[in-house]
Design a protein. Structure first.
Length: 317
């Protein structure tokens, strides 16, 4: 019998999905790719393959997990297996440069961004933002890696040339115009099966790291785990959220064969929306979901189960 194969490098981020698959009695197998090998001439098993590989895997000691996953996904696709969030999704997951180019191609505005390698080039790139505040971020990121706010080129140069400079794992640092939200929040739109599921409002008043997962490190300032009942949640699912940008997001996902994702945008004081992240390894905050009664991993499990049913019907025919 066919099953769901879940490709990932972090057990803490698959725990909730596996629970939902168990609840729905959907057969699955755990493919942990923190290390491993691929027999390229051996045929893969039958089933549905769902990739949850993360751009931040190197922060958990799994530096080459994305590269191994890329090999595995290419192998699966070569043999015609159905892969949810396959090779193209992984390419975007590990490169914000590719994300921004793809968003702009489909008419989705992104913040003004310069990508640079090398300290001299970074300082030169910063001159593009003379007189304006700007932020840095890693090209291969996740968890807000490398995100810092600078108010002057001089401050940035001191940082780049100092001992605390934090380079991206792929060597590419992005410099990006700072978009200020008047209410200090961003909006994250979740998609399952390529279709909009819900939007969550995220409080950004305490920093930039926006990981919504329950299983976060202590550096993830925005995880709501452990907050008292009197503390307002940093994550709030919005009822009946609707905006024309959602149709554009769905077109971006369809064009890149991405079925499950979270896309984040910020709105400036003039109401203009800037989109700055596509997360193909999206996680969900259990506290916000419990309040709203909407459950992302449950919908993901249902979607995977339906895809498995469709595959088995084709096999029977």
């Amino acid at each position: 019998m066919s099953k769901i194969y879940v490709i990932h490098e972090n057990n803490e981020w698959t725990e909730h999905l596996f629970k939902r698959l168990d609840e729905l009695q959907i057969p699955y197998e755990d493919w942990l790719l923190d290390s491993g090998k691929v027999h390229l001439t051996s045929e893969p098993p039958e089933g549905i393959f769902y990739s949850r590989m993360s751009a931040s895997s190197h922060t958990r000691g799994h530096r080459y997990a994305p590269e191994l996953s890329s090999a595995v996904l290419s192998w699966l696709e070569q043999y015609g297996r159905e892969v949810i969030n396959g090779s193209r999704a992984l390419q975007l997951e590990v490169s914000k440069v590719l994300q921004y180019l793809e968003l702009e191609k489909h008419g989705v505005p992104t913040p003004k961004t310069v990508a640079a390698v090398g300290k001299e080039e970074l300082v030169e790139a910063a001159k593009t933002f003379a007189g304006k505040r700007f932020i840095t971020k890693h090209n291969r990121a996740g968890k807000g890696l490398g995100v810092q706010l600078f108010r002057s080129i001089e401050a940035f140069q001191d940082y780049v040339e100092g001992e605390h400079f934090d380079d991206s794992i792929d060597g590419i640092t992005l410099l990006q115009e700072y978009i200020e939200s008047p209410d200090s929040y961003i909006t994250r739109c979740e998609f399952v099966g390529g279709k909009f599921l819900y939007a969550v409002r995220v409080d950004t008043s305490e920093g930039f790291e926006l990981c919504p997962a329950d299983a976060c490190t202590i550096d993830d300032l925005f995880c709501a785990v452990g907050e008292s009942a009197s503390t307002p949640s940093k994550f709030q699912i919005l009822d009946d959220f609707d905006h024309p940008i959602l149709k554009k997001y769905e077109r971006v996902l369809a064009a890149n064969d991405i079925k499950i994702a979270g896309i984040e945008f910020i709105q400036d004081k003039n109401g203009r929306i800037y989109t700055y992240d596509i997360n193909t390894n999206t996680n969900y905050n259990s506290e916000a979901e419990a309040i709203s009664g909407k459950f992302g991993m449950l919908e993901v499990a249902k979607y995977l189960g339906k895809e498995l049913e469709n595959l088995e019907e084709l096999v029977r025919v």
